[in-house]
Design a protein around this ligand. Structure first.
Ligand code: NAD
Length: 348
């Protein structure tokens, strides 16, 4: 395990088992150099414990990078619970998970991820205070999506300024894939500033309602990524920049909130070679974790969140400029910046 690429110098990996509740979880702490490790907990019916461990290591390293690039006083960690989120959940299971988190004495803060709900977290919270993303309580930050959407919107403007010479959205065209919590927010902001917006979602009713409300133009889900537009904004799924899609892209910028947009890092290099500016996903979608960090600080402060969002957009612009100057892909530049921020904090 120590020699696998996925391990990537994790500080510690904790295998948790609770006989009474059947809990099997792994909590991975990639780095606490910048502060306590923070990252959500995912519940998934993994094929085996190796698949589970690989997933948590990959996600935990991703949180280190995301938190570092959002300039947060947080390291990176993640937890996974092995089980079916539809059939295997019990309050006792999440209390047992909460006790495991408590046992780490605040080196890891948990939150919601795929398969978990705020109700599940509330059970964990009975056993530990190291839970963020709650819907009530003194510092509760609530739904992070509006802050994520604001960061993505500003990131799109920064990308337009870098690639097209001006950040104004009036007259620009954007194709938005996925109009859920994040995507719909991005569409509203783009339309409010005069952009021509194409939208697609597998949920037909969401499309009809948003088109009606904003004047955005519905497009077939299979065609949305290939529109001839200034910006493609993925806000649904991961892995959408891949062998099949990359040749058909007809845009100048890819900038959206979805996690893991590149099927593999080499597709970031391919975008660079095609002259398409890619906003690294874990940087542009950092608004959500900024919101959660405000909750972890114990004193949710909107002005602090706003300051961090501005810094985030500045970081994105720096990545774009370095990419031009160093003739290197933006995803590579972002990874290097994240690693050097973590290294600098470790050295002190
Ligand atoms: P969501 O579930 O509210 O929205 C996703 C939308 O994508 C849904 O409307 C769904 O119907 C649609 N969709 C699914 N498959 C599709 C397809 N093949 N084609 C078109 N549309 C499709 O989720 P969300 O909270 O808006 O998050 C969107 C993305 O952003 C995810 O990748 C998520 O991990 C990432 N993200 C979200 C946040 C946040 O604060 N919510 C923060 C960081 C990253």
């Amino acid at each position: 395990m120590f020699d696998t690429a996925a391990f990537d110098s994790h500080e510690s990996v904790h295998f948790v088992h609770d006989e009474d509740t059947g809990l099997r979880a792994v909590i991975a702490i990639h780095s606490t150099a910048l502060g306590p490790a923070a990252g959500g907990c995912r519940m998934w019916d993994y094929a085996d414990s190796m698949a589970m461990t690989r997933d948590v290591l990959r996600l935990s390293q991703g949180m280190s990078f995301k938190n570092a690039m959002a300039d947060l006083p947080l390291g990176g960690g993640k937890a996974v619970i092995w089980g079916n989120a539809k059939t295997d959940k019990t309050p006792e299971l999440f209390r047992a998970f909460g006790r495991a988190v408590e046992g780490l004495n605040g080196t890891y803060w948990t939150a919601e991820d795929v398969g978990l709900s705020p109700e599940d977290l509330a059970f964990a919270r009975e056993e530990t205070r190291y839970v963020a993303g709650l819907t009530d309580g003194a510092a509760a930050s609530g739904d992070p999506s509006p802050v994520t959407a604001e960061g993505v919107f500003r990131g799109i403007k920064a990308a337009c300024a870098s690639a097209l010479g001006a950040g104004e959205m009036d007259g620009r065209s954007v194709a938005v894939q996925g109009v859920g919590h994040v995507g719909a927010g991005v569409v509203r902001k783009l339309r409010a500033e005069g952009a021509k917006v194409y939208i697609a979602d597998i949920a037909a009713e969401a499309i009809a309602q948003l088109a009606d409300e904003t004047g955005a133009i519905p497009v077939n889900v299979d065609d949305i990524l290939f529109q001839e537009v200034d910006v493609v904004s993925p806000n649904a799924l991961g892995g959408i920049i891949n062998e099949t899609t990359i040749e058909k892209l007809n845009c100048k910028i890819v900038a959206g909130g979805a996690n893991n947009q590149l099927h593999a890092p080499e597709f970031g290099e391919a975008l660079f070679r095609k002259g398409i500016l890619y906003a690294p996903d874990y940087v542009i979608n950092g608004g959500g974790i900024i919101n959660v960090a405000a909750e972890i600080s114990g004193n949710y402060d909107r002005a602090w969140v706003e300051g961090k969002l501005s810094t985030l957009v500045g970081t994105l612009s720096e990545i774009f400029e370095r990419s031009k100057a160093e003739m290197a892909s933006t995803n590579r530049i972002a990874d290097e910046m994240a690693r050097s921020r973590i290294r600098a904090a470790r050295i002190g």
